[in-house]
Design a protein around this ligand. Structure first.
Ligand code: GAL
Length: 334
């Protein structure tokens, strides 16, 4: 092959691996609209003004990628397939006195828009530089535009409790709830946020007592609140679990494993969540029955190479959500 044919072939391969071509192909590398690999792990997606914003952990090469050296990366899309890079929404600090100094740990960022104030509020799991996972704190950052810059407002332990894996869920009435693994990951807490989403009302509930549930992803459908989560095995995959409740503070009922089918790339089936771990459930705008379950396949020796798994959620005859491994699909079909 001469250099010209080689270059043409290379570009053809790059174009094919861009998600824009075939829709969503979990496990494959996903590229943004400029051809760079999307770097937004442990992420969440916010819908705002007809556009989706995907925020996630920006990873760097090698084991160093288990800490935050850059910040929270934001991407924007209208169709959930073509993602435009909008840069680093929350930058780590270069000030050694800052709790978000480069080298701290920032995980599972989730952004919500506050309809009353018009502001964007980011929650994330924060660990202090050099202290492993012992701080177990939450960071709250604020911006007046979805792309940021987000400014750190405070870091805390919600209502005094440890907080690690987390998500934020906004209900139809605008009330927001912070779900987080607490008590050394044994028990999850659901803490109600104040109207501006920048603080806690003090209403805190313990759910899934001693279930060791992490990686919470919450959504509402058919009169139920649903939560997909994982067990506690660090970066290694385990079996996903589904819960449901009639209100965010419960009582929550534990159901089975919502995953089905096998990931042909690594041979892993539902018992190992195809090799992944839940991070978010994305409600598709304007389609009340359409949801996308988002998972991460972690690669702790080089998180830069961690992969995304996005699967359409389906509902069985009893209205219970489940996900099959679908190798390639397009959100426009939902
Ligand atoms: C996982 C958790 C990740 C990360 C990891 C560290 O269980 O879901 O977000 O904290 O542990 O080992």
């Amino acid at each position: 092959m001469n250099i010209r044919t080689y270059t043409a072939a290379l570009f053809a391969v790059l174009a094919l691996s861009a998600s824009a071509e075939g829709g969503i192909r979990s496990w494959d590398l996903w590229r943004d609209t400029s051809g760079h690999v999307i770097n937004a792990h442990g992420g969440g997606v916010m819908h705002d003004g007809g556009e989706y914003w995907w925020y996630g952990e920006h990873k760097v090469y090698g084991e160093a990628g288990n800490a935050a050296w850059v910040g929270v990366h934001a991407y924007k899309s209208k169709n959930l397939v073509d993602w435009e890079d909008r840069g680093i929404a929350l930058k780590v600090s270069q000030d050694p006195a800052s709790e978000i100094v480069a080298g701290c740990i920032i995980e599972r960022p989730k952004v919500v828009r506050n309809a009353k104030t018009g502001n964007y509020v980011m929650f994330f799991h924060l660990e202090l530089k050099g202290k492993g996972y012992s701080a177990a704190k939450t960071g709250i950052a604020l911006a007046n535009r979805p792309e940021g810059p987000f400014v750190l407002v405070k870091t805390l332990r919600p209502n005094g409790a440890m907080s690690r894996d987390m998500t934020v869920f906004v209900d139809d009435d605008g009330k927001a709830y912070h779900f987080f693994s607490s008590e050394d990951n044994r028990t999850m807490h659901v803490d109600e946020l104040t109207d501006d989403y920048l603080d806690y009302t003090g209403k805190s509930t313990r759910i899934f007592e001693n279930d060791e549930t992490e990686a919470p992803a919450v959504f509402k459908h058919g009169g139920w609140y649903w939560l997909i989560g994982s067990g506690c095995s660090g970066w290694s995959p385990n079996t996903a679990r589904l819960y449901r409740a009639k209100s965010p503070s419960g009582p929550w009922e534990r159901l089975g494993n919502p995953c089905r089918g096998r990931n042909p790339n690594n041979g892993m089936g539902p018992e190992l969540t195809w090799g992944g771990q839940s991070t978010f459930v994305l409600p598709v705008a304007g389609k009340p029955d359409a949801f996308i379950a988002m998972f991460d396949i972690w690669r702790p020796h080089n998180q830069l190479d961690s992969r995304y798994v996005w699967m359409p959620i389906r509902f069985d005859d009893d209205g219970i959500p489940y996900c099959d491994w679908v190798p390639e699909w397009n959100p426009s079909e939902l």
